[in-house]
Design a binder for this molecule. Structure first.
Ligand code: PMP
Length: 329
């Protein structure tokens, strides 16, 4: 019989899929590594496993312990999934701007949430940061992973994502592209690939305005990528180039990936493809580019996949609703 002992055994070994339509006019082979095949729906399942394994090994997390982290997104889902299977309590601190769907996903996995006001200064005792620090300090047996400084994030990608890409491309990969948030993905995969072949080019995709491409952290709408500070998990020594893309470019590619390639992915995947293809245009037929797509698109149906939302930011032209007469021509 072929089965996984627990859902955790299905983390990793995600597929590489060739892009065929959005790559028109590009000679290189462009493959995407589709991380929504992980059980929690993103690449963050990998880091959650590694972070919890390490905390157990170091005695920071003991049976009956509690994980406390300020996160509303994919890292929370990954941690909730692993914590539940290993018998830990999980408390996530979320700013009140986080939507109900995202809260409900965490609750569905059995995590507990604490909602903090967005409209207070970071040093306020009510802030996102202060509340998570206080919970971690005051709950007996609490452990706070801190994904921005936890080196098990990049290590998980060094140990799993990088080797999978090297194995599945049979060492033919010439370019690797990933969006940069905490920097864990690009740092871990980049380090592994460069150790196998130092001439592999490692390219970071960054939203225009974020620090990695020389910005100040000015706001952008793509989620999960870009920063207004330099996290410890980011190792710039393995990154050859950072290519910025705008929200408009990122969302255009996010929509094209769903419509033309059948890949319903999030906005940071669109960013990675938008930036990757700018580099791929200069490559030849022997080049093999791998672009990592961090998560699926279901969490963004009310945003990038909503025409109304896209129009409200000017990413789509204003348009009247279509009538039956338009459809029958
Ligand atoms: N995309 C999404 C949707 C994410 O949640 C993250 C993680 N913050 C990233 C991209 C970036 O990955 P990393 O933190 O490894 O740089």
């Amino acid at each position: 019989m072929k089965y996984a002992n627990t859902v955790l055994d299905t983390i990793g070994d995600t597929p590489l899929v060739k892009l065929n339509k959005v790559t028109e006019g590009i000679a290189a082979t462009v493959l995407v590594k589709v991380e929504y095949f992980n059980p929690g729906g993103s690449s963050k399942d990998r880091i959650a496993t590694r972070i919890i394994d390490d905390a157990e090994a170091q005695g920071l997390l003991k049976p009956g312990g509690t994980i406390v982290e300020p996160t509303s997104g994919n890292t929370g889902i990954g941690l909730a999934l692993v914590a539940q299977q290993r018998g830990y309590r999980c408390i996530f601190v979320l700013p009140d701007k986080v939507g109900e769907d995202k809260r409900n996903v965490l609750l569905a996995y059995g995590a507990e949430i604490v909602v903090t006001p967005t409209a207070v200064a970071p040093e306020s005792p009510e802030s996102y940061y202060s509340v998570s620090d206080r919970l971690a300090r005051e709950i007996p047996g609490a452990y706070k992973p801190n994904q921005y400084s936890n080196l098990n994030g990049p290590r998980s990608h060094y140990e799993t994502t990088g080797p999978e890409i090297w194995r599945d491309t049979e060492g033919k990969i010439t370019h690797f592209v990933a969006g940069v948030g905490t920097g864990g993905t690009i740092s871990g995969v980049g380090k592994y690939l460069k150790e196998q072949n130092p001439s592999i080019q490692v390219i970071g995709a960054d939203p225009e305005g974020s620090v990695y491409s020389g910005g100040t952290g000015r706001p952008y709408l793509v989620e999960g990528v870009g920063e207004d500070f330099w996290p410890t998990a980011y190792d710039g020594s393995v990154v050859d180039e950072i290519i910025a893309s705008s929200d408009a470019e990122s969302f255009e590619f996010t929509r094209r990936l769903a419509r033309e390639e059948g890949l319903l992915v999030g906005g940071s995947s669109g960013l990675a493809v938008a930036s990757g293809l700018k580099a791929a245009r200069n490559l030849g037929p022997d080049d093999v580019m791998v672009i990592l797509l961090p998560d699926g698109g279901r969490g963004y149906l009310g945003k990038v996949f909503s025409d109304k939302w896209m129009r409200s930011y000017g990413f789509l032209p204003a348009e009247e609703d279509r009538t039956v007469a338009d459809l029958v021509g």
